[in-house]
Design a protein around this ligand. Structure first.
Ligand code: MG
Length: 452
């Protein structure tokens, strides 16, 4: 067993290789002991969903806790259910988000609907490592099945936006769910908001996501051309478990997660001033737009649970990540793909077409690099780089971010993989490229020396 079971997004692996029914059963037992009471469980649409759900559920019940099976749901819909039902002690989401169909994963949800904290995960890991005793025959848990959790989530979303104005606007959108968890809820949300939806990849075909379910520009070519050809007001794409959402503008252009984060930040600040929380890896575009809108930016380490927890601590007005993960504190402290759709619709109805709203955004160029590096060498690499960069302006929130007048470079060790990631951003394309290459060379040369 790995000493650390949970990665940054729960436990993930390839089905019947490192994500097996044996592992899921033992995880279920550990979760049953750690959470106790009643545990709500939901899945995305992967072909392995039932196998992993059955094993986890069996483990939970054998440890003496009850299971509530909510069926196929977006991750934020399960999170909403856990928070709003006081008889539920926690949640388990069976999903591997944007990973390919042969993967699956187990993600734990706290009683308040947030992603499990590291301390809660450690408790489950500690149980997992033990021989867990089974409950006596007359104390084992039972399993209930709940229908309608998706609609509860949709109705809560609708109550958080100006639904009357959206209904009257007569909008038309194209929707791509990557054949994933939102295949039912996202079309229902649009129907209830009187938005005409032209859908693609909205069938629960776990083996055939239609395209890789990370919502990148490359993977969304069909949605982009459909949005343009149908002259729709908006294109919408979810990742596999629909906690994230990216958009296509009304002229058929892919809108990066940084841009939608900046736009939604400005929209939130138009209603209430305060701080916006985002990881240090987000584009300076966000900071520039936030400052211009009278707000302040609050940077955290990378990871949506870290962003959510900082938002809770500081009472931030909004937060999110550059990958399309948006967190609306008026609803719940987690990435919420459903509310992201509804808020973007409201923003378009109030402030005009998406294309014109982002036309004044400054242009930044980004370069990304990935370098293999064993976990044991990560600290040495950072120390070496700190020495090489003495005197530079620096931010050490997560890895090392070196600040320049026109941009920055972030050199960051991955929390889970044996790699360093380098992000370089500048208003000058050549400078972004040159700095990414400079730091890539510095890390590589140091590693080569260390092993020679
Ligand atoms: Mg996801």
């Amino acid at each position: 067993m790995p000493e650390r079971l949970f990665g940054t997004n729960g436990v993930r692996g390839v089905i019947n290789e490192d994500m097996t029914s044996d592992l899921a059963l033992q995880m279920g037992k550990a979760i049953g002991i750690a959470m106790g009471g009643t545990v709500a469980i939901a899945t995305d649409t992967r072909v392995s969903a039932d196998m992993i759900k059955a094993a986890v559920s069996s483990g939970i019940m054998s440890a003496g806790a009850d299971v509530l099976d909510l069926g196929v749901l977006p991750t934020p819909a399960l999170q909403y259910y856990v928070r709003t039902h006081s008889n539920v002690n926690g949640g388990v989401m069976i999903t591997a988000s944007h990973n390919p169909p042969q993967f699956n994963g187990i993600k734990c949800i706290s009683p308040d609907g947030t992603e499990a904290s590291r301390e809660e995960e450690e408790e489950i890991e500690a149980q997992y490592a033990k021989e867990i005793p089974c409950a006596p025959w007359n104390e084992i848990g039972d399993m209930g099945r709940i229908k309608g959790a998706g609609e509860e989530y949709i109705d809560a979303i609708i109550s958080k936006v100006d639904s009357e104005s959206i209904r009257k606007a007569g909008l038309k959108v194209c929707l791509d769910c990557a054949n994933g968890a939102a295949y039912e809820t996202a079309p229902l949300l649009l129907k209830k908001l009187n938005v005409r939806a032209i859908t693609i990849n909205c069938n629960p075909q776990g083996e055939f996501p239609g395209h890789p379910s990370e919502p990148t520009e490359e993977n969304l070519k069909d949605l982009i051309s459909l949005t343009e050809a149908t002259e729709s007001d908006l294109g919408i794409a979810h990742d596999g478990d629909a906690d994230r959402c990216v958009f296509i503008s009304n002229d058929g252009k892919y809108v990066s997660g940084d841009k939608s984060l900046a736009l939604m930040s400005r929209y939130a600040l138009s209603k209430k001033k305060g701080s916006i929380v985002t990881p240090v890896s987000s584009s300076s575009l966000v900071e520039e737009i936030v400052n211009g809108a009278g707000g302040s930016i609050d940077y955290t380490a990378v990871g949506s649970p870290i962003v959510a927890r900082r938002m809770i601590e500081t009472g931030a007005v909004f937060g999110g990540e550059e990958n399309g993960g948006l967190i609306f504190p008026e609803h719940q402290y987690c990435r919420d793909g459903g509310l992201a759709i509804a808020k973007m619709l409201e923003c378009i109805v109030k402030d005009g077409p998406l294309k014109s709203q982002i036309s004044d955004f400054p242009v930044y160029y980004t370069m990304k690099k990935k370098i293999e590096c064993p976990h044991s060498m990560k600290k040495n690499v950072l120390d070496h780089l700190a020495g090489e960069s003495a005197g530079a302006r620096m931010d050490n929130t997560d890895g090392m971010k070196i600040l320049f007048d026109d941009g920055w470079v972030l050199v960051r060790p991955s929390g889970t993989e044996p790699v360093f990631r380098i992000f370089s951003e500048s208003k000058d394309e050549a400078a972004a490229k040159e700095r990414a290459e400079k730091y890539e060379t510095l890390v590589k040369e140091y590693l080569d020396q260390g092993f020679s």
